[in-house]
Design a protein around this ligand. Structure first.
Ligand code: F0G
Length: 352
């Protein structure tokens, strides 16, 4: 059977991995979905907007694109164990790919600050889950040291294979649109993804697959916006726990992507993220996690400020699935009704 994951699909642009060592769950090839309602609420007829929905990857986030490479390489190199710090999605992905090839997987997560679905994934895929009484930045520091001293492969995005794999999302967008978009928008946490997308766009452009390059627009959560404030945030806070990061590992990559592309890195408030999160589900039929909604919140903010003047194509990455965070999904006022099991009780609830 033909394999169709990231590595096989784009092997000519990726580091070589011997076929017997490829660990794949058929990741990538996610849909580019036309926004139906967003142009209406921002009242901009000059914009064509798309969602690149990465929540449809095998473990429900974009991390799978790079994890297939990082784990395959670790496996090929004879590693016995891998380690990562994570706000949740990296750990879910690392655990899944490790389980497929018998690698021991250690995940360090900030206690109480990861979405329940992500915790369950890492746990059920069989990783050793270690809760750290601190934040992601502290956990990453420990993971880096353990990797160096104990000979365990680090599979955070500092691992070069992660970024290599993640850049394939840009290839897919150009393959789908036949050209690069004018703007590419994505949430920024540890800043690996914006670094990867920019690399992907530049590489495809350099071999003539696109004529233009997009402006890269990154959005951090207001309480976790070190790149916007240009300083490390010791105690990052946001409801979007996936991007609750105060000292991004790929800081320079993000700044380079912004500067070379002529884009920007800005922040959005938790309120704006929450609005976009609800909007996506209730008006677009797309259930993405809170961090993903930062892309959409960012576009709404910029559009309202008159940023997009010309006819433009805009792609927003929706990085993970809304199913990962049931607690946040159920935290709103519109409560679920419980009624007696008869016709009239149910009918009394209908609005017509
Ligand atoms: N969106 C989601 C859903 C994420 O899980 C992450 C990062 C990001 C956006 C930001 O991407 O770090 O490349 O800038 N999650 C990491 C993790 C940190 O551990 O799962 P980034």
């Amino acid at each position: 059977m033909k394999k169709i994951g990231t590595i096989e699909r784009y092997q000519e642009f990726l580091p070589k991995i011997r076929e017997d060592f490829i660990i794949s769950l058929n990741e990538g090839n996610t849909p580019l979905i036309l926004a139906e309602s967003l142009p209406k609420i921002i009242n901009k007829k000059n914009l064509k907007l798309y969602y690149k929905f990465e929540g449809l990857n095998p473990t429900g986030s974009f991390k799978d694109r790079g994890m297939t490479l990082a784990i395959s390489k670790a496996f090929e190199n004879g590693a016995k164990a891998v380690i990562c710090a994570s706000t949740g999605n990296t750990s879910a992905s690392a655990a899944a790919y490790s389980s497929r090839c018998g690698l021991r997987c250690y995940v360090l997560i900030p206690e109480g600050k990861i979405a329940k679905g992500k915790l369950l994934q890492a746990y059920r895929y069989g990783a050793k889950v270690i809760m750290v009484k601190g934040n992601f930045d502290q956990a990453l520091q420990i993971a880096k040291e353990l990797s160096k001293n104990e000979g365990i492969e680090l599979v955070n995005s500092i691992n070069p294979y992660r970024i290599e794999g993640q850049k394939t999302a840009s290839y897919e967008i150009i393959d789908d649109l036949g050209e690069a978009p004018d703007y590419h928008v994505l949430p920024v946490g540890n800043a690996g993804n914006i670094t990867a997308y920019w690399r992907g766009y530049k590489e495809y452009n350099s071999i003539g697959k696109s004529k233009k390059l997009p402006k890269m627009l990154g959005f951090q959560a207001e309480g976790s916006a070190p790149l916007v404030k240009n300083k490390i945030i010791d105690k990052p806070e946001t409801i979007a726990t996936a991007i609750r990061i105060g000292n991004p590992a790929s800081w320079n990559g993000a700044i380079t992507a912004r500067n070379e592309s002529g884009g920007l890195i800005d922040s959005v408030s938790d309120l704006e993220i929450t609005y976009a999160y609800k909007f996506l589900a209730e008006k677009e039929g797309i259930f993405a996690e809170p961090a993903s909604a930062a892309s959409v919140a960012g576009v709404i903010k910029l559009a309202n400020n008159g940023y997009f003047k010309e006819e433009s194509i805009i792609v927003m990455t929706l990085t993970g699935s809304g199913l990962k965070d049931p607690d946040f999904a159920l935290s709103f006022d519109d409560k679920i009704e419980v009624v007696d099991a008869n016709y009239n009780s149910v009918k009394s609830i209908l609005k017509g």
